[in-house]
Write a protein that binds this ligand. Structure first.
Ligand SMILES: Nc1ncnc2c1ncn2[C@@H]1O[C@H](COP(=O)(O)OP(=O)(O)OP(=O)(O)O)[C@@H](O)[C@H]1O
Ligand SMILES: [Mg+2]
Length: 336
């Protein structure tokens, strides 16, 4: 793999990056494709039934539906915490049924996840939680000190860099989790109710962050109940109702098509150039990237031990034709 000059000394980068997946989506190929997918927990009923859709590279979708409809479960399939009970799931152009499980960690490193329950590491500060994917990737401390505080400041946590999760509010924890998921500009960002604990102004600001990430090439799926966000940012919807998925157009009453309304968030911070690693189980110390105190399911509803990316992810330099400078410029546009 060619070293990424944006990250300085390649010697400091971790071997974990050597196995990141090749870029998908620049030409609009499917980043996720499901065909006739069903999911059941144990011997229970199918909570996802005959789900079929594709997510083209660089697309942005909301995932909507009532509580219990299966949104988190669907996301957990996409971050490889669960496997479908039936049907076919392809990620980054690879049919998972044909991919050896040893390959999953590399795939997961290309996926950033914001968990509905945050899954921060309690013994690490906000800054260190967000920095974790970068450290796992072997990114130098200088770069980390440059990028992480800026991103945390942008999400309104400039005064909480050293705070542990236990002293943060729900909304503050949520923003740390978001910063961790986007810091590396993953190829695919899956966010589960990322605005569930913040007020509308911050919600809009966070959506701008996702929209900017998307403009730079990340494929984005946001599960949300927040109708005002869905109305403000006119992205198409994947709608789940009793385990069945339908595609719906953007809600029609506001904002320009494709998302970002006028006004909005703040100067979007400087996220790390793509190429940092991810805190995936195989690369991170268990204490690593993710969150849950029991160190285990760092993924969805209930992940298998080997499952789940926990945060930023990443792509190889080749996967990211966009430059760090472009990201910085994007983040400095402040829509609020
Ligand atoms: N680990 C699990 N074991 C058994 N059933 C589960 C598990 N996780 C979720 N379920 C069931 O699957 C269904 C879908 O749950 P899921 O969490 O995916 O819904 P959701 O749309 O994300 O809901 P919410 O909007 O409340 O977050 C629910 O009936 C739930 O009880
Ligand atoms: Mg959920």
């Amino acid at each position: 793999m060619r070293p990424d000059p944006r990250w300085g000394n390649p010697a400091t980068r971790s071997a974990a990056e050597a196995s990141t997946v090749p870029p998908v989506g620049a030409g609009g190929e499917a980043v996720v494709a499901m065909e006739g997918v069903g999911l059941r927990y144990g011997n229970g009923p199918e909570i996802l039934q005959d789900v079929s859709f594709t997510l083209p590279g660089r697309s942005f979708h909301f995932l909507t539906g009532p509580s219990g409809a299966g949104k988190s479960s669907l996301l957990s399939l996409m971050y490889l915490a669960r496997t479908p009970s039936r049907g076919r799931l392809s990620m980054f152009g690879r049919d998972l049924a044909l991919v050896p499980r040893q390959t999953y960690p590399a795939l997961r490193r290309s996926i950033g996840v914001v968990f509905q329950d945050f899954r921060l590491l309690d013994h690490l500060s906000a800054l260190d939680n967000v920095a974790l994917p970068l450290r796992v990737a072997g990114v130098g401390e200088g770069e980390i000190r440059r990028h992480v505080p800026e991103l945390l400041a942008w999400v309104g946590l400039a005064d909480h860099l050293d705070a542990r999760p236990s002293v943060l509010s729900g909304g503050q924890k949520q923003r740390v989790a978001i910063a961790r998921a986007v810091i590396n500009r993953p190829q695919l960002l899956l966010a589960d109710e990322p605005t569930g604990n913040v007020d509308d102004r911050i919600a809009v600001r966070l959506l701008h962050l996702f929209a900017e990430l998307n403009k730079l090439g990340t494929t984005v799926v946001i599960a949300t109940h927040n109708e005002s966000v869905v109305r403000t940012f006119r992205f198409p919807r994947l709608h789940l109702e009793q385990g069945r998925l339908t595609r719906l157009p953007p809600l029609a009453d506001a904002g320009p098509a494709g998302g970002v309304p006028p006004g909005g968030a703040g100067p979007v911070p400087q996220m790390a150039p793509q190429g940092g690693a991810n805190t995936s189980p195989d690369t991170a110390p268990r204490s690593g990237a993710n969150v849950s105190p029991d160190a285990a399911p760092r993924s969805g509803a209930n992940a298998s031990p080997d499952a789940a990316p926990r945060g930023g992810a990443n792509a190889s330099p080749d996967a990211a034709p966009r430059s760090g400078a472009a990201w910085r410029r994007a983040l400095r546009r402040d829509p609020t």
